[in-house]
Design a protein around this ligand. Sequence first.
Ligand SMILES: [Fe+2]
Length: 313
Amino acid sequence: MKPSIIELGYLGFEVSDLPRWERFAADVLGTGVSPGPQGTRWLRLDDAPARIILSHGSADDCVFTGWKVATVADVDAFAAHLQTQGLTSRYGRDDELAVRHAARMLHFQDPEGNRHEVYAAAAASPGAFKSAIVASGFVTGPGGAGHVVFEAGNYPATIDFATRVLGLKISDHVYLDVGPGIKIEVSFFHTNERHHSMAVAPRAPVPGPKKNIHHFMIEAGSMADLGRARDRCLRFGQPVVMDIGQHPNDHMISFYAHTPSGFLVEFGWGGVKVDDANWKVDAYDRISNWGHRPFGEMPGAAPAMPQPTVEAI
Ligand SMILES: [Fe+2]
């Protein structure tokens, strides 16, 4: 029997503009930023040493997703489970363990080639963390770091991977109209009280740079801190892509902004907690109850006045 994943413990991002990411994390998101081994930067949300691990490189994408299990023996048991599923896995090297502050780590790929890691944390902890600008702190605890959303070319295979291989539970589904007679399904998965630690959407058939990650989410402890983060984002000059709104399934009130790597961060507050004893898997026909509109758009407003051309000025 495979051991249960406790939480989404960390995410690894390879970023091309490390200095801007450091400023974005510290001055906009309000995470801790400290140097990690081998030129990495550790972003902290709580007492865990690194919830997001930044390394310098050209990918500008999520390069690993860390799923925490309780013990090193559980990592070994997960390796045996992967073997029964016909998946190849490898143990992390010492230098990889150091970067993640892990005692043991196993890595393997999902059908899209995303690297997933199952790990047991190293014992020593660097001590308490309190954000300098997010006064209410970040909501982690039993819910883990937050959530990550991937786009999948082979959507059914990735759903199968999430449930059968990782052992995540389906929270619910959202069905979206994306064209005349065309609906897509987005699926949400939990492994603890957080409504979803991971979600998967079919890859949008639009040209553009392929990124595996669509967005990641971190959650503040108060709505005031959500509003302040939005203000800081605008002042910093990092575009807010979807303004404040609320999702129907996890009840999260949030806004979405571009990170310096191009993929999105969702900054949220007020997510619902899942209790498996009475949770009912539901289906929704919309992604937002209200809001989450493009920045600056007024729903139902008259079309904007034409802007004067440069020649007219
Ligand atoms: Fe999200």
